[in-house]
Design a protein around this ligand. Structure first.
Ligand code: UDP
Length: 452
């Protein structure tokens, strides 16, 4: 371990899918001798107090909704606006406070969703690193839209971009092929590029072999470095002691319930279904998933968020209790690593994708919105670790489609090829973050340059 006195602030966008990768990156920095301070929002830090035993320091900034966070905002627009104004001010206050306390900050690793953090950091002369939590492919698509090289609304023909396979319009992020949906989020995603040219580094939560072609293109524009996968070390290189979970859970997992249930299931028998922390599932879609799980006869563990439980068909839980378990939040890493789990029905949020790849679990991809359709395309056609459950014209994946995808993975010929690919990617993910791997070398280089 190279010991240095550099102090780095790490600032995620306040959501589970962003906290996880940035917190893991903090742990990697600490392991390389850096003093790392993780900056959460006041509201989220209330629901998840910082662990006093942690080797990471914890500080907060305001998102303008200190009581309840996002839930307290009237709209996405209002939340993002307040996050920017209150966040900029309180980030500047924090940097000053740390300076006054004799803990001056030299660099900031900020979530690319928060480009205003770069402007604040520049006022203090800090080194800046934008951390992208989505794939290079997705970043490239947004960049081309931002620059006007890819015009929206898209024409009804395949899209060709450097280093990417031909993409059908529906395989681009939803904010691109449906530009009128969630304009505030579209703006947030495109704005990642508004000042990125001024960032000293661009860090990517992928590993080199995962997206080599598009990475080659991106390296021509910016100083990019891959630093992923940011999955806890115990599931990969095992070099970080006790690093078994991300450490900040915005929802309480039903851990013993899930693991006790999985322990009772035969090896390779169960389907795990989860759509992450954000996505709201249409009631019709919930019904189709319920019917598919019931009809397929496979064992299943299904995460149905508390606010969506009312969408379940009445009696579903009782009727399927011999075969399945429904929980409101799972310890996902432990679940994916369990030998009873054979397949992951996922919304294709990028953390879930990286976890499936790193832990070697084949997927049925059921993307809902944002970057998920592009991730699903890659899972099936580029990485070959799953099949896509295609939605009908109403945007719903029907039960027959889901059952047939599950059978393909669990029993079909394609499942065997997928199994080989799954092992390949699992090994490559571990290799990248292990001692001397491509991501490990990049983190060493980043830290060495900060220490100079
Ligand atoms: N997750 C979890 N338990 C669950 C569902 C999700 O721990 O029941 C974690 C999952 O491991 C992942 C994160 O929540 O790290 C979700 O991030 P992702 O990018 O997959 O989806 P998002 O929530 O951002 O849509």
């Amino acid at each position: 371990m190279t010991s240095c006195k550099v102090h780095v602030l790490v600032l995620p966008y306040p959501a589970q899918g962003h906290i996880n990768p940035l917190l893991q990156f903090c742990k990697r920095l600490v392991a390389k001798g850096v003093k790392a301070t993780f900056v959460n929002t006041v509201s989220l830090s209330k629901s998840v107090p910082a662990d006093p035993k942690s080797s990471i320091n914890f500080e907060t900034i305001s998102d303008g909704h200190d009581e309840v966070g996002y839930a307290g905002a009237e709209s996405h627009e209002v939340y993002l606006k307040k996050l920017r104004t209150a966040g900029s001010k309180t980030l500047a206050d924090l940097i000053k406070k740390l300076e006054d306390n004799g803990q001056p900050v030299q660099a900031i690793v900020y979530d690319s969703f928060l480009p205003w953090a770069l402007d604040v950091a520049k006022q203090f002369g800090l080194v800046t690193a934008a951390f992208f939590t989505q794939t290079c492919a997705v970043n490239s698509i947004y960049y081309h839209v931002y620059k006007g090289f890819l015009k929206i609304p898209l024409a009804d023909s395949p899209i060709s971009l450097p280093g990417l396979p031909l993409l059908q319009p529906k395989e681009t992020p939803s904010f691109v092929y449906l530009p009128d949906s969630y304009p505030a989020f579209r703006e947030l995603l495109l704005n990642q590029f508004c000042n990125v040219d001024q960032a000293d580094w661009i860090l990517l939560n992928i590993f080199q072999k995962l997206e080599e072609d598009v990475l080659n293109w991106m390296e021509k524009i910016w100083r990019v470095r891959t630093v992923g996968p940011t999955v806890p070390s115990m599931y990969l290189d095992k070099r970080l002691e006790d690093d078994k979970s991300y450490g900040i859970n915005l929802f309480k997992p039903d851990s013993s319930l899930c693991i006790n249930w999985l322990n009772k299931q035969p090896k390779g028998s169960a389907v795990y279904v989860s759509f992450g922390s954000w996505t709201e599932i249409d009631v019709e879609q919930v019904e189709e998933i319920a019917s598919a799980l019931k009809e397929s006869g496979f064992k299943f563990l299904w995460v149905v968020r508390e606010f969506e439980k009312e969408k379940l068909p009445s009696n579903f839980i009782d009727e399927t209790s011999d075969n399945g378990l429904v929980v409101t939040w799972s310890p996902q890493l432990e679940v994916l690593a369990h030998e009873s789990v054979a397949c992951f029905v996922t919304h294709c949020g990028f953390n879930s994708v990286l976890e499936a790849l790193s832990l070697g679990v084949p997927v049925v991809a059921a993307p809902q919105w944002t970057d998920q359709p592009t991730n699903a395309k890659f899972l099936e056609d580029v990485w070959g670790v799953g099949v896509r459950a295609h939605a009908d014209e109403k945007g719903i994946v029907r039960r027959e489609t889901l059952v047939s995808c599950l059978k393909e993975i669990m029993e079909g010929e394609k499942g065997k090829k997928i199994e080989e690919n799954v092992i390949k990617w699992k090994n490559l993910a571990k290799e990248a973050i292990d001692d001397g791997g491509s991501s490990d070398k990049n983190i060493v280089e980043f830290v060495a340059e900060l220490a100079r």
